[in-house]
Design a protein around this ligand. Structure first.
Ligand code: ADP
Ligand code: ASP
Ligand code: MG
Length: 471
């Protein structure tokens, strides 16, 4: 008997029709003799609504967060009334929705009295999205004869207390999965677990960062020793580029863990960047499939680098980044400037997306998320105050109107001239390349262009990827 963990994203639980598809998918897999663990996101748009309601509560906008509660109740109740026939199962789920939303309202009241929001409170509020959808999905499964039960991941997924970006504590999580989840699975129950959320050792709710339900799916797949993790989403699989940027995007039948890790890190929203980590050691295959096209096989993600003609497999981009440049003649040969700069960046709470150094050693640049740029600049200027005073360092510049473009493909390593082709393609399209970095894995090349060139750069590079696919 196989165990399959299936994660369904926001759109896949976003409407009664989508949930009906989910139920059929799970039912079919159960009937084929599999044990199924379901991990769900909040209904599409709900996480944004809840984050917004935290702000409204903190600013005393009582009408705002109460109206969100009403909208959420209507949306979940409407779906329940469509998916679940009248009776005990429906009544129980309606009561659960009501009491979760009462709790939500109480917390919002408390925030509005205090007049301030913290990351910790925000996580407690935002968790209602998945807590609501999991009850709805469990009831819909039960209505079709599947013995399902909703579970809050806060009971199993133990994390540190970095609210809004928590990291799992593996040993504790594993032992709770063993003692609290596996017995239910062995009893033939299909657990419906909240994605995205966890809790500290003492039980305070945390979240894994935006898009984190994929990561939850992978954590439960690994913790339950699943035979497969299926990410059910709203596109046919991992594609050669974001179909919203270039309609010609094609589904990739196979990508390696390493390739998908690079793709996700460099902006392909289809998977959370950490998804691969938990399943890597156990080599659990991941499939990315479309809830709205369930007969399509989707993309398989696995261990093997594929020997193929595909050089550039896919193209991604990241917006909302800032380019920081540290420059000065006095930097030449001075050890430690880069190290101190990166240390200052980390202490400002930012992580670096890409680094590039000019060969003259008179400057180097790196990219961080735009929301952290000012804090990073300030932190570096404080750290390098002495060098700035003696003019060994001229300045720390910040540029916001840029994006990172990345070409990914394991076939790049060992094939000479790929970078040359990439950059001559940019040149032929009169796109100015501001900075370049090649991943040490040789599985990706990233570069920075002006934001206004994003679409043209992706499309031009995507031409190269499509050439490889059809070759
Ligand atoms: P879910 O709610 O199911 O987690 P997401 O919206 O987080 O779905 O991710 C799916 C979206 O990712 C797709 O609708 C697509 O627009 C976007 N996307 C970006 N890059 C890619 C890519 N290379 N392949 C497939 N989808 C991509
Ligand atoms: N609901 C969360 C979000 O919107 C997590 C997820 O969907 O993966 O970010
Ligand atoms: Mg997602």
């Amino acid at each position: 008997m196989k165990t399959i963990t299936m994660k369904f994203g926001g759109t896949s639980v976003g409407s009664p029709e989508a949930i009906a598809n989910l139920v059929s998918i799970v039912k079919e897999s159960r009937e084929a003799g599999n044990r199924v663990i379901v991990v769900v996101s909040a209904m599409s748009g709900v996480t944004d609504q809840l984050l917004n309601s935290v702000k409204m509560a903190a600013s005393g906008n009582k009408w705002g967060y109460l109206s969100t509660a009403n909208k959420l109740r209507d949306r979940h109740d409407d779906a329940l009334n469509i998916l679940v026939p009248p009776g005990e199962n429906r009544e129980k789920a309606l009561v659960q929705t009501k009491s979760l939303l009462e709790e939500y309202t109480e917390i919002c009241h408390a925030v509005s009295i205090l007049g301030e929001e913290t990351a910790r409170i925000s996580d407690a509020i935002v968790a209602y999205g998945e807590r609501l959808s999991s009850r709805l999905v469990a009831a819909a499964l039960k209505a079709r004869g599947i013995e399902a039960a909703a579970f809050d991941a806060g009971d199993f997924l133990v994390t540190d207390d970095r609210y809004q970006n928590a990291t799992p504590l593996w040993d504790e999580t594993q032992s709770r999965i063993d003692s609290r989840l596996m017995p239910a699975l062995a009893d033939g129950i299909t657990p419906v677990i909240t994605g995205f959320i966890g809790a500290t050792r003492t039980g305070t709710l945390t979240t894994l960062g935006r898009g984190g339900s994929d990561y939850s799916g992978a954590i439960f797949a690994a913790g339950s020793d699943s035979d497969e993790l299926v990410i059910w989403t709203d596109v046919d699989g991992v594609m050669t580029t974001d179909p919203r940027v270039d309609k010609r995007a094609r589904v990739l039948p196979y990508v390696s863990y390493q390739e998908v890790g690079e793709l996700a890190f460099y902006g392909a929203k289809v998977l959370h960047p950490k998804t691969v980590q938990p399943v890597l050691d156990k080599a659990i295959p991941i499939r990315v499939r479309n809830t709205f096209n369930p007969t399509f096989p989707g993309t398989l993600i696995g261990e093997m680098g594929e020997p193929s003609v595909t050089v550039i497999k896919a193209v991604t981009s990241i917006k909302k980044v800032s380019l920081l440049t540290v420059s000065g003649k006095g930097m030449i040969g001075v050890p430690g400037i880069a190290g101190r700069t990166f240390h200052a960046t980390a202490s400002a709470g930012a992580s670096i997306l890409m680094i590039s150094q000019s060969s003259s050693e008179q400057s180097f640049c790196f990219l961080v998320t735009d929301t952290t740029a000012d804090a990073v600049k300030h932190s570096i200027e404080t750290q390098l105050a002495a060098e700035i005073a003696t003019r060994d360092i001229d300045r720390v510049d910040v540029r916001d109107d840029v994006v990172i473009i990345t070409a990914v493909g394991a076939g790049m390593s060992g094939i000479p001239g790929v970078a040359g082709r990439v950059f001559s393609t940019m040149g032929n399209n009169r796109i100015n390349v501001i900075a370049i970095a090649q991943g040490s894995s040789e599985c990706s090349i990233s570069f920075v262009v002006a934001e206004s060139d994003l679409e043209r750069a992706v499309i031009a590079l995507h031409d190269l990827a499509l050439e490889s696919v059809s070759a």
